[in-house]
Design a protein around this ligand. Structure first.
Ligand SMILES: [Zn+2]
Ligand SMILES: [Zn+2]
Length: 225
């Protein structure tokens, strides 16, 4: 008997949540799935999938990054960072309920199949200090289960306060906490759990670029945006 990963209710043979999940058996019950909001890319910022004014195609945050880095990556995201998303990430990252992230593997595979060419993936690593506390790198655990080939290219050495402990200005400051740990590939899809300001992904791209990757060969993806 399968149970919902979030609320533990027994899973009935319910209709799957929208077409995105049509081919797969969901790990969450319908009512839990309804707490998540699928991102409609055409209504969002065309680069980062963030909220954008109706008259514009690129958001203010992306224009800020373009000034800093001279370039904006193509970002993909599955769900809006709403209350349901915040709750699930809190359970995964702070209460250690790692199995919850497994419920997003198939929806992500399905999205990749429809929207992206097959390529190598890598995750945004946790800081080594944090790993000692949490014992497991959640993003690596997630990437390992996806249908795409996975490898580690980045390590996070410097301990930075968790984003929620920082002010917005601190988060936007450019610090470079990532180091590249092996020869970089030609193309890469960089994966994180949530895109808030974009700072983490830009820092990671910067490190990969310093190691010889062309930044226009790096795409980014987050479960939540
Ligand atoms: Zn449920
Ligand atoms: Zn944007």
């Amino acid at each position: 008997m399968r149970r919902c990963l979030l609320c533990d209710q027994i899973l009935q043979h319910e209709p799957t949540f929208g077409q995105l999940f049509a081919k797969t058996q969901p790990d969450f019950c319908l009512s839990c799935w309804q707490g998540f909001e699928c991102i409609q890319r055409e209504e969002r910022c065309q680069r980062c999938c963030g909220l954008v004014k109706k008259t514009e195609s690129i958001c203010e945050q992306c224009r800020y990054w373009e000034k800093q880095y001279g370039w904006i990556p193509e970002h993909h995201a599955l769900f809006a960072y709403n209350e349901g998303a915040k709750q699930v990430l809190h359970q995964i990252k702070f209460l250690g309920d790692i199995a919850l992230i497994d419920g997003f593997v198939e929806p992500t595979n399905e999205y990749f199949r429809k929207n992206m060419n097959k390529k190598l993936i890598t995750g945004i690593p946790s800081a080594t200090e944090r790993l000692k506390v949490r014992k497991i790198d959640v993003i690596k655990h997630f990437c390992d289960q996806l249908d795409y080939a996975f490898d580690s290219f980045l390590v996070k050495l410097l301990h930075t306060p968790h984003q929620s402990e920082q002010s917005k200005t601190e988060r936007l400051k450019l610090v470079y906490p990532f180091q590249v740990c092996q020869t970089v590939p030609k193309k890469l899809l960089l994966i994180d759990d949530v895109y808030t300001t974009g700072a983490t992904l830009y820092q990671a791209i910067h490190a990969l670029e310093q190691a010889g990757m062309a930044k226009n060969k790096i795409q980014t993806f987050s479960l939540f945006r």
